[in-house]
Design a protein around this ligand. Structure first.
Ligand code: G1P
Length: 268
């Protein structure tokens, strides 16, 4: 089973910081943001993380590549703790595929189809960090309880914020678990079926890849993962696990990136 991390975006909101450094490589506390997400994926039952990269963002690949010369130099100088960490990060099971055109999140996920194959897989969006690594196992548990169905994490948001997210419709079947019967990407507040927003962690059945090949461009002219999930509901059950804002740390804007640095530093 794989965990897919889309990482081909331009990082526009952080320019000019992201002109030469990919947004995913910006430091959060003591490591690049994407390292948290990779480690979260590998702490689940995924055996490999597949990063959907842009060809211009080589620094992400360098970060996860072995560097025996640097390790040897650090050991020579007695800096074994650094050497161990460089070695560990360079040996994580991470592979790369490429998204050559910015056609949307759904398209980015589809770029990993050859890697995910016939198995269910996770999608982890890098704008939100879950350093305690507990969300994916909780989603897997819900899936196991419902015959291997797809499960998405959702978070309650204020009415005026729903138009920034994918939003679910459904019914609560047990405390904190909803059976999903519709999804809509970035609806105006008055059209939102609930205020449960798609949070950026998905456990998906392989059928979604077929639907992503067929789905038409949606909001913003992009191939939306949310639209393919809505189509999947015609064929399969889907569940949503309600998570709390304190389960995740947003790094998607300058303000939230700074707040996340402070919060994680304070956590120690
Ligand atoms: C994406 C998804 C959206 C989801 C959001 C979570 O939107 O399309 O459904 O709610 O991530 O962060 P984006 O933030 O890429 O516009």
């Amino acid at each position: 089973m794989k965990a897919v991390i889309p990482a081909a975006g331009l990082g526009t909101r952080f320019l000019p910081a992201t002109k030469a450094v990919p947004k995913e490589m910006l430091l959060v506390c003591d490591r690049p943001a994407i390292q948290y997400v990779v480690e979260e994926g590998l702490a689940s039952d995924a055996d490999e993380v597949v990063i959907v990269n842009a060809r211009t963002k080589q620094a992400i690949e360098d970060h996860f590549a072995p560097d025996p010369d640097l390790v040897a130099l650090l050991r020579e100088r007695g800096k074994d703790a650094y050497a161990d960490e460089v070695e560990r990060v360079g040996n994580l099971p991470v592979s790369f595929v490429y998204q050559d055109e910015a056609l949307g999140l759904g398209h980015a996920v589809l770029c990993a189809a050859d890697k995910t194959g016939a198995d269910p897989f996770y999608v982890l969006l890098g704008d939100v960090l879950v350093p305690d690594n507990e969300m994916l196992p909780a989603m897997q548990k819900v899936s196991d309880q419902h015959g291997g169905a797809s499960v998405i994490a959702v978070m309650p948001v204020a009415d005026e914020e729903v138009d920034r997210f994918g939003v679910i419709a459904g019914i609560e079947v047990e405390p904190g678990v909803w059976k999903v019967n519709g999804l809509v990407e970035k609806p105006p507040a008055e059209e939102a079926p609930t205020n449960l927003a798609v949070f950026g962690r998905y456990l998906l059945t392989p059928r979604i890849m077929e639907l992503l090949r067929e789905v038409k461009p949606g909001v913003g002219g992009e191939i939306q993962l949310t639209d393919a999930l809505d189509a999947l509901l015609q064929e399969e059950e889907m569940y949503a696990l309600v998570v709390s804002p304190k389960d995740g740390f947003d790094t998607g804007t300058r303000e939230s990136w700074l707040a996340t640095n402070n919060a994680l530093a304070a956590k120690g």
